[in-house]
Design a protein around this ligand. Sequence first.
Ligand code: ADP
Ligand code: MG
Length: 314
Amino acid sequence: MRVVVALGGNMILQKNDKGTFNQQFSRIQQSAKILAEIAANGNELVVTHGNGPQVGNLLIQQERGEPTVPAQPLSILDAMTQGQIGVMLELAMINAFSQRGITKKITVIPTLVEVDPKDPAFENPTKFIGPFYSEQEARKLEKMGMGPMKEQTGKGWRRVVASPIPQSIVEYEIIKNILLDNGIAIAVGGGGVPVVKAENGYEFVNAVIDKDRASQVLASQIRADELVILTDVSNAYRNYGTPEQEPIEEITVSEAEALLNKGEFGKGSMGPKIEACIAFVRNGGKKGIISDQEHALEAVRGNAGTRIVPDSRS
Ligand code: ADP
Ligand code: MG
């Protein structure tokens, strides 16, 4: 079976963490053990991951480094976090896999993801990232090309970035070839580095792509059997946050669409995961899974997590 596993950025750097190297690496070592279990029964594996907390921290370093060191654009910061988290995962996976007796080779693919330059998200950047500023600081950073700033009601000024819909993973064939060559790939970190088609190839654009959506596009393009999205809740829930909340187990893609349209899932949190699973199954995938790390192996076996399956199973 070919499986794409997406790791939530928050599993690596959690809300009250300081974000030291040791803290992040020890979280990654936990994830690596689970990934080894998933790969142990011969599954082909691609691992993707988020970068929200890390890219926010990196932005602060860019700003504090000015004017001694020029700040780099957001697309390049996305790339930096791909390297940062990617090599930590690679090393942890090499160790965990060898302990488990798995001899597959593991590599990180810094990944470009094509987006549509006419995506309405560019006209209306809505995603707040990084720290808060005074209006004066915000204006200065705007001039430095670090993207538009908006006031987040009552809180202060903050950078907003576009979050365009991923269209295609530039390196998807290479990633597939790594699997065919018995390897394991870590790819589309942080949702990928966003690019748009230009006269001669591509151009970088400053945006943060949703990692759940980018993982789905990759999973569909490499014709994966399963998309597994690991986060900090064991399931998607009906009536989430109410006394009647109830974990969703196995549902069809049509049932998932109905629940999504009813507004059962948080926008920008559980919503994109459900949407990613729906799009994956609608594009020929066998199963989209949402689970926490603890139940990941059982979820892949079909006994835990939320599983979204095609309407007619034959
Ligand atoms: P990640 O970094 O893994 O993408 P998110 O915070 O974006 O994590 O999404 C997971 C969160 O979605 C959960 O912690 C929960 O607070 C929220 N959420 C919103 N709606 C639901 C729901 N219906 N069922 C479960 N979790 C939900
Ligand atoms: Mg998220």
